[in-house]
Design a protein around this ligand. Sequence first.
Ligand code: 13P
Length: 255
Amino acid sequence: MRQKFVAGNWKMNLTLPEAQALTSEIVQMLRDEQHGPEAAQVVICPSYPLLPAVGRLLGEGGKVALGAQNCHQKESGAYTGEVSAKLLQSIGCQYVILGHSERRQYFHEDNELLSQKLKAALAAGLRPIFCVGESLETREADETFDFIAKQLKDGLFHLSNEEFDKVLIAYEPIWAIGTGKTASTAQAQEVHAFIREQVASAYDAEAANNTAILYGGSCNAQNARELFSQPDVDGGLIGGASLKSRDFVTIVTSF
Ligand code: 13P
C-alpha cells in the first residue's frame, strides 16, 4: 500500500501568534483522532519565518512533519533574500513544495529552474512535493495531457531512480486553486492515472506504484473523502482549508 499524505500549504498567510495557535489546535486534534497504519502522513508548510516556531510545536518525531513552500537552487552564496534547501533541512524541514503554479506564474519559475531546485532539495535530504497542473485555457484547448507530460518530462524525469523515490507529485489544476471550483473525482482520477503511467514509462512499474500523487485545488472537508477514494489519488495538497484546524483535520482523516 502506498503511503497517504495530506499537506497543508499555508501560502503567505498567518502571523506568528496565528500560526502557533493553529498548529497547537491541529496537533491536539490529531492526537485524539489519528491512529493506526492507515493514517496519512501529515505535512504542514508555513512561510519561511514561521518554520522554527511551528516545528517546535510539532515536536521531534511527532506525527506531523514540517515542509517549506520553496527553496533556492544553490547550496549557499550571494543570493540576497533567498533560502537554501540545506538551511531548511537544518531547521527541521523534511519536505519542500516545488513548482507550485503560483511560483511558476508570479516568479517565472520554469521547468529548467525547477529541475535544479529539485536536485538541490534532494541533495539536502528534503522530499520534494513537485506540482503540475494546467490552466483553464489549456484544458479547454484539450491539451491537458500534453502539457502535464511536458512538465513531468522537463521538470522531473531527469532524476535518477534513487532520487525519484523520494519525490511526491501534486496535481493542481490552476483553474481549481482558490476558486472553489474543484476538479470532479473523474477529472482528478483521469489525470492522476495519466501521471502514474508517465512515471511507469520514465522509470518502471514499481516506481509508478510507489509514488504518492496528491490532488490540490479547492479540496475541502466536504469533498476530500470522495476525491481520496479514487484509486490514484493518494491524498491532498490543501490551501485555504488548511488554515482552519477542524477542516484540515477532517481532511486528514478522510481516507
Ligand atoms: P486551495 O486549496 O486554496 O484551492 O489551494 C490549493 C493549493 O494551491 C495548494 O497548494
